[in-house]
Design a protein around this ligand. Structure first.
Ligand SMILES: [Zn+2]
Ligand SMILES: [Zn+2]
Length: 251
């Protein structure tokens, strides 16, 4: 079987499953979504009372601007642990020499993205598929199961997150007022960080610019004056690492 036949078969299967999935959970009845990469939960909701949670596995993302596909296993920004399960599809691709299943990222289109999702759905035994789009990026997921609203993971998720217009719900992070993605101003951190890292209970992501660092050293510590210069703000974890990548370059 060539790739075209293979993927068409999976796509037909997805259409059938997706139909049942949408009807059973009234998927189109929810106006909003957010997902949390750390707990690997997708929330669909209209209000705090009208909501449903699903466990998902990330398939990959499609950039409309660049018209490229990137598999989740290739994407360093994908912190979901379950993305490793998608490697089974890659291995299958290697055996059958289906190049699109093998390469981490390449020029592509939306049809490809749905084909990949349908292949993963089949391999992973999902109950449905979902696509979220933030900015120009479409993220494709296989839905594995409904998550009980009273589950520990859902409760934790609600407690620990901030809502970001760009990224949905993520962990909170704190930065000085001067940091943006226009001018690199240095990135001083309370401790070394990387995206998705586990944090101790008392730790937060915290960063400030070189100017703030000067003021802090002048005062010997964070005090009223150095803090009022910094004007620390609350942002989301994803925004934090975008700032880090950009501002670090000046060091
Ligand atoms: Zn600053
Ligand atoms: Zn954000």
């Amino acid at each position: 079987m060539n790739y075209k036949e293979f993927s068409q078969e999976k796509l037909d299967n997805l259409i059938h499953i997706q139909d049942l999935f949408k009807k059973k959970f009234d998927i189109d009845g929810y106006e909003n979504w957010f997902y949390d990469s750390e707990s690997e939960l997708l929330r669909l909701y209209n209000s705090d009372e009208d909501e449903i949670y699903f466990r998902y596995i990330p398939v990959g993302s499609y950039s409309q601007n660049k018209q490229t596909w990137m598999w989740s296993w290739f994407n360093e920004n994908s912190i979901e642990k379950s993305k490793e399960k998608v490697l089974a599809v890659k291995e299958f691709g290697a055996k059958n020499q289906y190049e699109k299943l093998l390469e981490g990222t390449f020029t592509s289109d939306k049809f490809d993205a749905w084909e990949f999702t349908s292949i993963c759905l089949d391999f992973l035994n999902g109950i449905g598929a979902y696509k979220v789009d933030s900015n120009d990026l479409d993220k494709f997921m296989v839905i594995m199961a409904v998550e009980d609203i009273d589950s520990k993971d859902v409760q934790l998720l609600k407690q620990k997150t901030v809502e970001c217009v760009q990224h949905g719900y993520s962990r909170p992070a704190f930065v000085c007022q001067h940091l943006d993605c226009k001018t690199a101003r240095g990135f001083q951190e309370a401790f070394d960080t990387y995206k998705g890292m586990e944090l101790e209970e008392d730790d937060d992501f915290q960063a400030w610019c070189d100017e703030c660092e000067k003021v802090r050293i002048e005062h010997g510590e964070w005090n009223e004056e150095s803090e009022s210069f910094a004007q620390i703000q609350l942002i989301c974890e994803n925004c934090y690492f975008e700032l880090k990548e950009f501002n670090q370059k000046s060091n």
